[in-house]
Write a protein that binds this ligand. Sequence first.
Ligand code: SF4
Length: 335
Amino acid sequence: MSDFQPRYNWTREQALALFDLPFHELLFRAHAVHRENFDPGQVQVSTLLSIKTGACPEDCGYCPQSARYRTGLKAERLMPLEQVVEKAKVARDSGATRFCMGAAWRTPRDKDLPAVAEMVGAVKALGLETCATLGMLTAAQAEALKAAGLDYYNHNLDTSPEYYGEVITTRTYDDRLQTLAHVRDAGMKTCCGGIVGMGESRMDRAGLLHSLATLPAHPDSVPINRLVRVAGTPMAEEAELDALEFVRTIAVARIMMPRSMVRLSAGRESMSDELQALCFFAGANSIFHGEKLLTTGNPDTEADEQLFARLGIRAMPAASGSLSTTVHADITEAA
Ligand code: SF4
C-alpha cells in the first residue's frame, strides 16, 4: 500500500518506527505524502476566539482556564453575539477562512446552546467556515450544533491513552472518544489533535498519533500544539520539547493521516520562522492566527503575512483542502 492513501490499521510500533527514522528520511517521506495530497504552496488560516473564558471545572494540567489554578486569568461570561460577529468580520477581512469559537466548559448546558447556535449562524452568514470547541457533547447537542450550521467540532485527545492520567483526571479518554463519535454521527467534521511537550515520551507521542489515525475516520483537522508553559499551571516548569522532535511529530502526523489538515496551533508564538518553515515542509498546512489563541499569545497577523511572503506560501481559499476527498475506515481497513 502506498504512503499516499489513508489507512486505519496502523500499529503503535509502526508509528514509533516512523519517529525513529533518520530526520531527513522522515521529512522526505512526509513531504512526498504532503505533495501528493495537497498543494504545498497553500496553508489554511483559522482564527480562534474565546467566547467564554476561564472558570472551567476541569483539571487539564496545561490549561490556564481551569478554575483550579491561579494563573491571573480573568474569567468572562459568554460573549454577546454582536461582539462575536465583529471579531469574525475582522478575522475574515484579515484572511481567515475558518472561525473557531471556544468556550471553557466541561460540557455546554442545554440552555447555553441556543446562544451558541445563533453565533454559528451569524458567523457562517459572513462566508466563514465555523468551528466550535465547547467541551463534551451529548448526541442531541451535536445534532443541534450541526442543525445550526456548525461545520467542525474541535475535541482533542491531548496525548496517548497511557499518559492521559498525568494530564487530566476529571474526564476520561473514553469520554473524549464518545464526544468525537457524536460529532461524526451528527455529520460534522472533526478537529482533533493533541499537545506535545507535556513531559510525555516519544512512545506517548506515537501513541497519540496512533489513536488519532485509527479513529473510524481520520480527523479532518489535526491540531498539534506545543505546550505553552503558563505560570500557575502544574506544567509551568516542564522542560521544552526539542524543536526537531516537534517537527518529527508533524511529519509522522502527515504520513499517518495523509489527507487531514495538520495545524500548527498553540506554541507557535515561540517558534522561529525557520522552525515553522520546517513544519510546513514536514506537512503542516494550517495555522491559527490572530492576536490571541484562547488565552495564550499567537504571532500577529503582520508577522504571519511576512512569513508567508518569505516562504512563497499563499493562504488556502475557503472550502478547499485535500486534493482528494476524505476516505473513511470502512473502505480502507483491509488495505
Ligand atoms: S482545556 Fe478545556 S476542559 Fe480543560 S481546563 Fe481548559 S477549558 Fe477546561
